[in-house]
Design a binder for this molecule. Sequence first.
Ligand code: PLP
Length: 429
Amino acid sequence: MKKEVSKATICVQGGWKPKNGESRVLPIYQSTTFKYDSSEKMARLFDLEDEGYFYTRLANPTNDAVASKIAELEGGVGAILTSSGQAANFYAVFNICQAGDHMVCSSTIYGGTFNLFAVTMKKLGIECTFVNSDTSEEELDKAFQPNTKAMFGETISNPSIDVLDIEKFARVAHKHGVPLIVDNTFATPINCRPFEWGADIVTHSTTKYMDGHATSVGGAVVDSGNFDWDAHAEKFPGLTTPDESYHGLTYTKAFGKNAYIVKITAQLMRDLGSIPSPHNSFLLNLGLETLHLRVPRHCENALKVAQWLEANPNVKWVNYCGLKSSKYYELAQKYLPNGSCGVVAFGIKGSREEAVEFMDKLKMIAIVTHVADARTCVLHPASHTHRQMSDEQLIAAGVAPDLIRLSVGIEDANDIIGDLEQALESFKK
Ligand SMILES: *Cc1c(COP(=O)(O)O)cnc(C)c1O
């Protein structure tokens, strides 16, 4: 009986499969262009009739090998890398939405994605209704319109650490004949595979745990291959009717289960061009080779830190879905039984200014915009990433004005706690 390959093995060996005599390590094809002996062969590539490389904006062997490792980790049929997580979420939606369309999105999402959907997509004529992801299916139903084309949420939201009830969202999306897109950045496929719970498309900011060393900004879109575009053909004409910019080719007819990713590649990448450099994809692959070792350590450290914070009298509240006190504990047990992520949110007793003062007293833990890499870091969303939001928007996004986002790294947990302790100690009046 063939056993499914474990995620650990995919992390180390997935993607690049060297042939006899080829480089054991993923090579960097740092080339814009690929050479052919006949113009006939090139022409067939341009018509998408043959497989092969001709220009790195459309496809590159290094980028493709890393994309296929991520597809395999998520259990999808295909994936494409993008130059950032922002580009991944934009492409995932824009591949199936156009002016006049509408989408439904959980309100507790990353601030950058909120801006993309609420402001920039709106300028392109795509409207988004934000919903409280904890409400009932009946309430979620009310957000749908005849022109709704997608539903969106984050497995674990950044920075509020809410856990998405993926099965509930998938049921509602499918009832309305649209795919569920899940941003799986914080959980990573090591802790959760949204496809196993009914999600159709998964996105990533690979900038975070996947890279893990804070070296490269990047993103990925992965397709489960499960959504039946032809069953809802009238909603998705871009996939189910001829593409005039590709000689009248129809993606679902020509590419079946791969239609969605081929369309992103052949149309959106061709026209918008947010590709990663092959060198960055090489670095991302180095990160992926240890993802299965790093993620459990992040979770173990974060739980220790969260428990310590919860027991500290100077701490007002702690939100970590691995804590029994979290309102997302049950959902986390269901979707993330082996651990959630390394990010902990908390507030200290004192004013908003004192929260900033506390952060300034930290020594080893650095104040950075980044999150989810090997080094422990801290951020105050209300004064940094979310500073363009009003107080009402902050609260709707699940970001309390006193929320401190602590991204717990893979150092020794006692050293992380020691630094928090000295900062809280000197802050105490
Ligand atoms: C960081 C992040 C993004 C945006 O990714 P970039 O790589 O910074 O463009 C999107 N979604 C989530 C959940 C993130 O944490």
